[in-house]
Design a protein around this ligand. Structure first.
Ligand code: ATP
Length: 140
């Protein structure tokens, strides 16, 4: 029997990145990864910088999220993210350059604000690079 589907929307301030019926969503919550299938109890969660993945027709697709919020209802997951990219939209060269810039800032050890910003930029860059590797290593 086919698995029941739920609707997944991923929206950023710039655009709707994804709007699809899927079977399962793995979400990078602020206090840890959580999984959602149809008929989940409703809740809200803040998001970490990381990868969301969804399963549809036996394959997993990964989407980078740079933080935001998730709203879960029994038949949907709505993600409101600061930025979101599918693997094919990620520019690895750009992420590697962002990683180097952030590492250089962290080496300089300036004010705390700069450190926190550099740490967040470093996390985004590492997660983008990891996602690209993970998606290219997956089954499709
Ligand atoms: P950079 O320093 O390269 O701008 P960043 O982590 O500061 O990286 P964000 O603030 O997360 O960038 O994103 C700004 C915009 O640029 C968003 O629309 C995001 O989707 C896009 N973006 C950032 N990095 C990449 C990347 N490596 N590949 C594709 N799009 C990216």
């Amino acid at each position: 029997m086919a698995e029941e589907q739920l609707h997944l929307d991923i929206v950023t301030p710039d655009s709707t990145v994804l709007s699809e019926d899927v079977e399962y969503v793995g979400v990078p919550g602020a206090v840890g990864q959580f999984g959602v299938m149809k008929n989940h109890i409703p809740f809200l969660s803040a998001l970490a910088i990381g990868s969301l993945y969804y399963r549809k027709g036996g394959s997993n697709t990964y989407v980078f999220l740079s933080g935001g919020f998730a709203e879960v209802t029994p038949d949907s997951v709505s993600i409101l993210a600061e930025s979101a990219e599918r693997a094919e939209e990620i520019d690895v060269q750009r992420a590697k350059q962002a990683k180097e810039r952030a590492e250089e800032r962290l080496r300089q050890q300036k004010e705390e604000v700069d450190q926190a910003r550099a740490e967040a930029a470093l996390k985004r860059a590492i997660q983008r690079i990891n996602l690209k590797e993970r998606q290219s290593g997956s089954s499709h």
